[in-house]
Design a protein around this ligand. Structure first.
Ligand code: AGP
Length: 611
């Protein structure tokens, strides 16, 4: 996925673009570039991070008040200067930036080559540039019409923005599958992939939907369908502030977001848990509660960390509401021609609300007439807007590529959903409900206590930072935590790590055990705790090194383990909200000690808006 910005107004376009790209760098950082119109079309682009582009602009500045900028996560063509965006038409009439994949670019490229076009890059994007150029030269239409006609020939996902030397008082943008929004200012207007580049200039935004395009001028904008019909759009007011997306004094966004989880979970619970009346209020579900409560089955679709929180959700919903739950990788669900019943409910979980596979799974469910519910963090994101109903995390922007507060926010929301469904289905009496609500309300302070173990976690990181492999084991609702701990470690420290149900160790992974591979057990005192202790003994008997996470009143594991990290007790099923915290910190400290780029790990992007 890539970051896109555009500006038209009275400011220096170059300054706005480079600062905006810095705000979007978490979306991709293989290469970056800008194109600015000032009587001519000036394009500057370079492999590497936005800081490299900034240096290039220092030495070779652009001037002008209309421009576009792009930070890339490569899908077609290696990260290099040539493949960097923007891509310009052969006569430098216009330049285009693109987020997404043009699926039929090879056919388009072949046809245009026959017509004499020369391709200089390996990107799918360049095919779109020459297609627009070809349409305009053959029809002599204004650029916006040529763009529209060209897009009718394109298959795939795109968010594109175009500036033209010959039509300098406008920027054209179009969206189909990759997010784009307009920022509405005074005598100036903005375009971006998300609100972070523009929030310090305006809080008024217009979200483009798939199949829509816009012509943006200094004094206004028009939104129309790709087919040409005018579309009236609502102007939304942004609710969060710029400091929320700054690092707040922490070395990395990831550490900031780990440390702000107590406040994040308080915000997620705020106004939704009403202890005085022993109620849960999830306004975004009210219109669909009858169908939700009466669900024959709930299918949770997600990717990555969100898939892990979905596994915790399965445990909680089946425990409290006794509705069968299946958790699916969205990428598998969308291509498996799933068997869906009209009484099924598909619940999609996505921090960004833009993950291509999750979006596709949601749309597939909607085509089958199934109720779709979204659990998202980014307000106004595509999944949040297209699902039939949903619940926002309200944990604030998550910038670090490795998801942390989003995971605990997702589990919190899923816990509220499970309790609400259980209550509505008459399976939770007032006393039980109050017990669980009080346990949920205690979580933020308990996380705060967990964060105080940071010094000990740093010591463990120091001891094991050179390990080549880690094994994470847990049972019940802590099995997804084992998966999540392994994912955190591998995605930011590049150490191989696997998560397994603890009982599965005997079916293969135990062959891996030796003194060089740390084994992390999540072993809180629940109904199957004794089984996990047996698994720990099996590892120790084979010379394995064990790091255990258990309850703060449990001394039993001390003789068996190299390290024991203690977490407060909570109601069964809510443990993941606490046991994940030391694993987030462990992966963070190991990655920092290994000199890894924690906020922008290699090969990764914050939201994968391509398949
Ligand atoms: C988790 O740390 C990763 N960043 C990744 O697995 C992420 O959870 C996944 O790409 C899903 O993203 P989403 O929640 O925005 O859909």
């Amino acid at each position: 996925m890539c970051g896109i910005v555009g500006y038209i107004g009275h400011r220096s376009a170059g300054d706005f673009l480079i600062n905006g790209l810095r705000r979007l760098e978490y979306r991709g950082y293989d290469s970056a570039g800008v194109a600015v119109v000032n009587g001519r079309l000036d394009v500057r682009k370079k492999e590497g991070k936005v800081s490299e582009l900034a240096e290039l602009l220092e030495n070779n500045p652009v001037t002008g008040t209309v421009g576009i900028g792009h930070t890339r996560w490569a899908t077609h063509g290696a990260p290099n200067d040539i493949n960097a965006h923007p891509h310009a038409a052969s006569d430098d009439r216009f330049a285009l930036i693109h987020n997404g994949i043009i699926e039929n670019y090879s056919a388009i490229r072949a046809k245009l080559r026959e017509d004499g076009y020369v391709f200089t890059s390996d990107t799918d994007t360049e095919a779109l540039v020459h297609l627009i150029d070809d349409v305009q030269k053959k029809t002599n239409l204004p650029l916006v019409e040529a763009v529209r006609q060209a897009l009718t020939q394109v298959k795939g996902a795109y968010g594109i923005v175009i500036v033209s030397r010959d039509e300098p008082d406008q920027i054209i943008c179009a969206r189909n599958g990759s997010p784009l929004l307009l920022g509405v200012g005074e005598g100036e207007n903005f375009i971006a992939s998300d609100a972070s580049p523009l929030i310090e200039f305006t809080r008024n935004v217009v979200y483009l939907n798939d199949g829509e395009m816009a012509v943006v001028r200094r004094d206004g904008y028009e939104v129309m369908s790709i087919e040409g019909a005018t579309v009236d759009k609502k102007v939304h007011k942004l609710e969060w502030d710029i400091e929320e997306i700054e690092k707040g004094g922490f070395e990395h966004f990831m550490l900031k977001e780990i440390m702000e989880q107590p406040e994040a979970i308080e915000n997620s619970l705020r106004g939704r848990i009403r202890l005085e009346s022993n109620q849960i209020k999830l306004g975004g579900l009210e219109d669909v509660m009858d169908r939700f409560v009466d669900a024959k089955r709930i299918i949770i679709c997600a990717c990555g960390t969100s898939w892990h929180s979905g596994l915790v959700g399965e445990y909680l919903i089946e425990k409290h509401a006794r509705i069968p739950v299946e958790v699916e990788y969205a990428s598998e669900f969308r291509y498996r021609n799933p068997i869906l019943d009209e009484k099924d409910v598909v619940l999609v979980i996505s921090q960004s609300g833009e993950t291509a596979d999750t979006l596709a799974a949601m749309r597939q469910a909607q085509q089958a007439g199934v109720l779709t519910i979204g659990v998202c963090n980014v307000v106004g994101s595509t999944i949040a807007r297209e699902t039939d109903a949903g619940v926002y995390l309200h944990v604030g922007p998550e910038i670090g590529v490795a998801s942390t507060k989003a995971f605990t926010g997702q589990v919190t929301v899923l816990a509220m959903i499970a309790l609400l469904l259980g209550k509505e289905r008459g399976l939770l009496d007032d006393e039980k409900l109050r017990h669980h609500l009080e346990a949920l309300m205690a979580i933020p302070e308990q996380i705060r206590r967990m964060l105080n173990t940071d010094a000990k976690i740093r010591q463990i990181a120091r001891d094991y930072r050179f390990a080549s492999n880690f094994l994470y084991l847990g049972r019940g609702s802590n099995f997804p935590v084992a998966l999540e701990g392994a994912l955190k470690l591998k995605e930011i420290s590049y150490i191989h790590a696997e998560g397994y149900p603890a009982a599965e160790m005997k079916h293969g992974p135990i062959a891996l055990i030796d003194q060089f591979m740390p084994v992390v057990f999540i072993a809180t005192r629940d109904a199957i705790y004794d089984k996990v202790v047996s698994n720990i003994e099996e590892v120790v008997a084979r010379g394995g090194t064990v790091i255990a996470i258990t309850n703060d009143d449990n001394e039993e594991l001390d003789p068996l383990c190299e390290y024991v990290i203690r977490v407060p007790r909570t109601t069964e099923g809510f443990e993941p909200l606490l046991t994940v915290i030391p694993l987030q910190l462990l992966s963070y400290h190991i990655a920092v000690m290994r000199g890894c780029d924690v906020d922008q790990p290699r090969n990764l992007a914050k939201s994968v808006t391509v398949e």
